[in-house]
Design a protein. Sequence first.
Length: 108
Amino acid sequence: MKRTLSTYDVAGELMADKNAAWSRAGAYALAGHIEQLEQELGEETELDVCAIRCEFSEFSNATLAALAYDWQKDEEKSDEENEADALEYLNENTSVIQFDGGLIIQDF
């Protein structure tokens, strides 16, 4: 038996995962990303919140995310320049889901 979930339902399931710490905005962004992938691939996916928790991470900004993956901040650059460089680094190495308040990356 299958149950079709809306973006709202998926976001709710993600936020209900007690072992994850998705923000509301992050959960909705991730749910939208999953829905978009389904449409692009033309196939339904099974919602596995544990697998999603293990595959994606949420950060408040690109600099913090990139630092978690051994990217080095340039102390001679401004915070804005480092943020732009960090976002470029992440986009070159993984999937990045940006939303108001942060970003989610596919762990690599």
